[in-house]
Design a binder for this molecule. Sequence first.
Ligand code: NDP
Length: 255
Amino acid sequence: MSLDMFRLDNRVALVTGASKGLGLDMAKALAEVGADVIVTSRGLGDAQKAARDIVTSTGRRALGLACDVTNRSQVEQTVADALAHFGQVDILVNNAGINIRKPITELSDEEWRQVMDTNLSGPFYLCRALAKNFMERRYGRVINIGSILSTVSIAGRTPYASSKGGLLLFTKTLALEWAPYGVTVNIICPGPFQTAMNESLLKDPEAYKAFIAKIPLGRWGRPGELNGAVVFLASDASSFVTGAMLAVDGGWTAQ
Ligand code: NDP
């Protein structure tokens, strides 16, 4: 078997929320196997810095753009800029996400909306803005970043789990809708990784240990442990995979 099926030469990937954390790792991984990348986050400086890092470490082309995924017109402008710069987008990684952990009685309308808008409306705006590009070219790879909380839950996570559970069915529905166009739509559901999003858990030794107790492999995810999954789903190696959920969670959701 040729490992070339994992290569992404001549492909262009757009990764949202790629200024740091899992998004930056995945954008770098896609570039390492040959893709040119557009990295976005709300802060232009952070996105541009991430793009420079990727150019330096991989030698691929990378463009950093400011895009708040909750803002439909910014998303549409970002897609227009990406297409103007690279001429095509082959791979979309809907990674930008936030979490607000509170009991429902303490959640404001604004907090609920912020999480739903970022984690669920954002992927909707991106996919819709790229629909013409994917459908006309009869090619595309959409990879949504869900969570273990797409399928199971923890108290105090109503907005996060609702948004990530919604993203799972968004993924399956769009996979069916776009299958006739040769566009695949899949979701990666990570377990806990040590990123800024989990700062409060990482600072709390009890919470950290309680998480480990739920992970059959007995540890948190390490940097780079999503890279194989994202490269697989972005590449021709996954040509017959659509509407699928790939758990990368140390076994959490097997229980
Ligand atoms: P980080 O907090 O480390 O990074 C989040 C990224 O998203 C940043 O680049 C941030 O940049 C960007 N972002 C946040 N809000 C927006 C927005 N409205 N528009 C555009 N970009 C935004 O998070 P992680 O790397 O940990 O998480 C990445 C994804 O993985 C998320 O979807 C998360 O839910 C998911 N996930 C993470 C897990 C973990 O344990 N870390 C576990 C399961 C899933 P900026 O602030 O500059 O906009």
